[in-house]
Design a protein around this ligand. Structure first.
Ligand code: ADP
Length: 283
């Protein structure tokens, strides 16, 4: 099978966050994968079909009372490719079974509540794949870097997040956390491309340039996030994203692992099949 021949080790092991120094991440690496871009793209086409089948099983079971779900948390630097993952990986499965939520600057209403309030409202129902494009982790990243709340407030959030995720997992959600990294050079290239192509202007934000100046502070915040919220029940995966084909393939594999772990069969018929065949033949 292609999987065995192309991956030197399982992707979840290759991307393990434990012990990773954010400042030393090789963003152009393709951890665990032995092939080149062509091999990666060929494999992605195959694996997408597997993911799609597993997701349909989850959704089918959801229609029959399945309470478990999968939550993909995408957190990353600007231009790391969160949108590409949503479009290409999540876009390849049946949208009925997906609950997508993007988290931007909190609205005035959201600001009145605890930081997890808006997150809770977007958690996937049973049988669904939830996708967070940014997440509760913004509340220990941008918030920490820009002093949006005092340190004693954001400082407590790591434990709050761990407790929150523990409960989610206990209630049947498999959490797949992916921290996406590009090099500052690659980021510059991608931002410049947005300025050169009319079809990309909409993705450009004037803040992107100033945010680059905060990269050392972001590195520190990402490091603290990985150090303090990488748990055995909801581990972080550190994803190098200079190669988009690799990032997409790796997230596809992580989702296949998560869904495969649920050991889902197709839900059995809740009616007498032979009787229905007879009735249908006569109808
Ligand atoms: P994107 O940049 O992902 O395309 P947006 O243009 O909506 O999406 O930008 C999201 C912005 O919202 C980012 O700058 C992010 O840092 C910010 N943001 C997200 N969550 C929070 C938060 N809890 N507090 C402050 N800013 C936040």
């Amino acid at each position: 099978m292609a999987k065995e021949t192309s991956w030197a080790k399982p992707v979840s092991k290759a991307l393990r966050a434990a012990g990773v120094r954010v400042s030393a991440i090789e963003t152009a690496a393709t951890p665990g994968f032995k092939g080149d871009k062509k091999a990666g793209e060929r494999l992605l086409a195959e694996r997408t079909a597997v993911l799609s089948d597993l997701q349909e099983r989850l959704y089918a079971n959801g229609r029959h009372g399945e309470t478990r779900s999968v939550l993909l948390v995408l957190q990353g630097m600007d231009t790391a490719g969160k949108g590409g993952i949503v479009r290409h990986v999540i876009g390849s499965v049946d949208p009925q079974g997906v609950q997508l939520a993007a988290f931007g600057v909190p609205t005035p209403e959201e600001k009145k509540h605890h930081f997890l309030w808006r997150i809770r409202k977007q958690l996937p129902r049973g049988g669904r794949i939830g996708v967070f494009d940014r997440s509760h982790y913004e509340d220990v990243l941008v918030v920490r870097v820009h002093d949006l709340v005092p340190p004693e407030v954001w400082g407590k959030r790591y434990d709050e997040i761990n407790k929150f995720e523990r409960k989610l997992v206990d209630d049947g959600t498999v959490i797949v956390k992916v921290a996406m990294f590009v090099s500052l050079d690659e980021q510059k290239k991608r931002l410049m491309q947005r300025l050169e192509r009319p079809d990309k202007y909409w993705k450009y934000s004037v803040n992107d340039v100033t945010e680059r100046g905060y990269w050392p502070a972001y590195q520190e915040a990402y490091q603290a996030m990985l150090d303090r919220t990488d748990t055995d029940y909801a581990p972080w995966h550190v994803l190098p994203c200079d190669h988009k084909w690799y990032a997409r393939l790796a997230v596809t594999e992580l989702l296949i692992d998560a869904l495969g772990g649920l050991k889902l069969e197709w839900p059995p018929a809740t009616f007498d099949i032979e009787e229905q065949k007879r009735l249908l033949a006569k109808a």
